[in-house]
Design a protein around this ligand. Structure first.
Ligand code: RB5
Length: 146
């Protein structure tokens, strides 16, 4: 199950993402926002990030206007490796090389067709088996313990 979180800047694009997830039968847990009114993205993204970190959700898709705010918030959470992606290459490498568990998108940066392609790439790409990538992600995870 994927955790979804957005603010007003990501509200419209998140609607497209939700419809796509429903079409492909991918379950999600929606942390809001639930209206297009202005809200504070840290309030929405932080609980969604914790749900991923604690294993309530397997991964997350967070959207704000640029994707920057939600990615900063997500990466404050121990165990989260959030990747802000603007194309499928980045999403593929974020999964293969970084084992990213949160995808951040900018609702005012990319259009819905590209966003859906990025979402599909993120959800369908496994982490690499290469030792160097596993070693590097372990190094990142060790930082969570400091
Ligand atoms: C909201 O106006 C905007 O600041 C927010 O959506 C996001 O882009 C922040 O990083």
């Amino acid at each position: 199950m994927v955790a979804l979180a957005c603010d007003q800047g990501g509200f419209e694009l998140m609607g497209c993402v939700k419809r796509h997830l429903e079409t492909i039968g991918y379950p999600y847990k929606d942390f809001g926002t639930f209206t297009p009114d202005s809200c504070d993205y840290p309030v929405i993204a932080a609980p969604a990030a914790i749900a991923v970190a604690e294993g309530v959700c397997d991964n997350g898709i967070f959207i704000c206007g640029t994707g920057i705010g939600v990615s900063i918030v997500a990466n404050k959470t121990r165990g989260i490796r959030a990747a802000l992606c603007t194309n499928c290459f980045m999403a593929e490498k974020a999964r293969m090389h970084n084992d990213a568990n949160v995808l951040a998108l900018g609702g005012r940066v990319i259009d819905s067709d590209l966003a859906i392609s990025i979402v599909d790439t993120f959800l369908n790409t496994p982490f690499s088996d290469a030792e160097r990538h596993r070693r590097r992600v372990l190094m990142i995870n060790e930082m969570d313990k400091e």
